[in-house]
Design a protein around this ligand. Structure first.
Ligand code: SF4
Ligand code: SF3
Length: 514
């Protein structure tokens, strides 16, 4: 076995990647990421309770680097490890990652849930921190959680810590929601065009709204249009971003289609976060990365965020000669609507509540999370297509690309499909659920609300843990269960939360709606 990784949904045979990663991660990179994780555990143990701004940055960025489809660049990872070693911590004396991967399967499962949850939470914390927000409880928990990796804890103690990851992640996501809305305003419903106008353009992908804003500033008045891609789509809803007239629309679909969609693209693509896939030769001269994303031999824009090279590339390539029509993926149209954050939905709470009371809305479904390239993810398209006309679909995360070009109609002036944003905006969905439960004087579990989640990487793990820590039951999860949840731990989660794998859209809809 030259590597071991089982942190994402596409892991080989739903057991583990042991030769190369199904994501394209080579064994040397996987082993370097394990060594980086060991360094981070050592750093967290040494600085637990004595953290500094510098150690906070290293821990949060270091965890983010190891998220699936984020960083494939060995030199980048080696340099980053060097920064940690400068702090006087070389490795973990009590354990290396191999000892974690070979522990008793339940302990390994629980520690994996903590580690992968922390990786996801680090991504969300990073986005809030670059916008100047901090939360001491969240920061401190990275140290506590990582330190626990070397501690001899019982399964019960670890399970309590797993729930604590979820609980602290709620505070983290609230901080991020506050950071985004303070910086860019409350999102408003916005129709986004997917056709590309003639002339030079830049495609910007990932989740980092701050990088997008800097790029919009630097391209203003230069005759270059900006198009979002994948998880950047919800940027169009923010007043402080949509005010830029050269933020034109959205290019392409979800992350896993990039190797097809970037072929022959006459424009550069800027990756601000995951998900980056192995870069094909055909478009490798057009890929730029920044922040914690990196891929060997691609131009990386450093902390000065000087996007001149990206701008020059856009002007050199020149864009399409005439209007480039988008191809609809799910048989819908070539526009998508986003911007239904909690601010917008709660502003029409009275309309929603009345519609439920009058029987016009029978059920809410939150169909969201990550997308991936396996064909069984057509479940989510079919689920939305088959959902009855008196139901509302809320969505978030890149899973929306399975159905967000569909027009499924309205109920009393409310669109039946509402895109609440990135996976980064999951706090908004929780806020809406809690507000509805207060309005109906019941618990969230008693609401006519079903969560149908789609997972792929570690950000989905921390969000799932947050939902469980809030006591939310009956969550449907697919397209498969995480390989790192052992049978015993799965049984415990089923018993306590009735966490259920998705089956078929027909059966699941029948089961929910009776
Ligand atoms: Fe395999 Fe996923 Fe790990 Fe990549 S991130 S090596 S696909 S488990
Ligand atoms: Fe998507 Fe990678 Fe998870 Fe942000 S961009 S949801 S998979």
């Amino acid at each position: 076995m030259s590597m071991f990784c089982f942190q994402c949904e596409q892991t080989v045979n739903n057991k583990g990647c042991t030769v190369n990663g199904a994501c394209g991660k080579k064994s040397d990179t996987a082993n370097l990421q394990d060594s980086l994780t060991s360094n981070l555990i050592a750093l967290a143990s040494a600085y637990n309770g004595k953290n500094t701004q510098q150690t906070d940055k290293l821990i949060i960025e270091g965890l983010f680097i190891t998220i699936t489809n984020t960083n494939f660049d060995n030199d980048f990872i080696k340099n980053f490890r060097g920064e940690i070693e400068k702090m006087g911590v070389k490795n973990v004396e009590k354990m290396d990652m191999n000892s974690l991967w070979t522990e008793n399967e339940d302990i390994r499962s629980l520690k994996s849930m903590i580690l992968f949850g922390l990786r996801g939470m680090a991504a969300y914390a990073h986005h809030a921190y670059v916008l100047g927000k901090k939360n001491d409880e969240v920061t401190a928990f990275f140290y506590k959680g990582l330190s626990a990796m070397t501690e001899n804890l019982s399964a019960d103690e670890l399970l309590a810590l797993v729930m604590e990851v979820g609980n602290v992640n709620l505070a983290c996501m609230e901080m991020l929601d506050n950071a985004n809305t303070t910086a860019y305003g409350t999102p408003v419903p916005t129709k986004v065009n997917c056709d590309i106008e003639a002339g030079p353009f830049i495609v910007v992908t990932g989740h980092d709204l701050h990088d997008l804003k800097l790029l919009l500033d630097q391209t203003e008045g230069k005759g270059i249009n900006i198009y979002t891609h994948s998880e950047m789509l919800p940027a169009h809803g923010y007043p402080e971003l949509k005010k830029y007239s050269h933020l034109k629309g959205n290019f392409g679909t979800a992350w896993h289609a990039q190797q097809k969609e970037f072929i022959d693209i006459p424009a550069p693509v800027l990756f601000t976060t995951n998900c980056i896939m192995p870069v094909l030769k055909n478009y490798s001269d057009r890929i730029f990365t920044t922040s914690i994303v990196a891929y060997p031999n691609m131009t990386h824009i450093g902390d000065d965020k000087d996007f001149t090279l990206v701008i020059e590339k856009a002007l050199e390539l020149g864009g399409y000669k005439s209007l480039h029509k988008a191809v609809s993926i799910n048989g819908g149209g070539n526009t998508m609507t986003t911007g239904f954050g909690h601010g917008t939905i709660l502003a029409v709470a009275d309309t929603v509540i009345n519609a439920v009371k009058q029987g016009d809305i029978k059920q809410f479904f939150l169909v969201g999370g990550c997308d991936g390239d396996k064909s069984d993810r057509s479940y989510y398209t079919e689920f939305v297509k088959q959902s009855p006309k008196d139901t509302i679909i809320l969505t978030l995360g890149c899973a929306k690309y399975r159905f967000n070009d569909l027009n499924i109609g309205e109920i009393g002036g409310l669109p039946r499909l509402m895109d609440m944003g990135q996976c980064n905006d999951a706090y908004g969905a929780i806020k809406v659920a809690i507000a509805l439960s207060e309005a109906f004087e019941c618990t969230v579990n008693e609401l006519p609300l079903s969560l149908v989640l789609s997972w792929y990487e570690q950000k989905a793990v921390c969000i799932l843990l947050t939902l469980l820590s809030l006591g939310i039951k009956n969550i449907l999860i697919g397209p498969s269960l995480p390989a790192f949840i052992s049978p015993n731990i799965l049984n415990a989660l089923i018993e306590k939360f009735n966490l259920t794998p998705t089956s078929t859209p027909e059966a699941d809809l029948k089961n929910i709606l009776g």
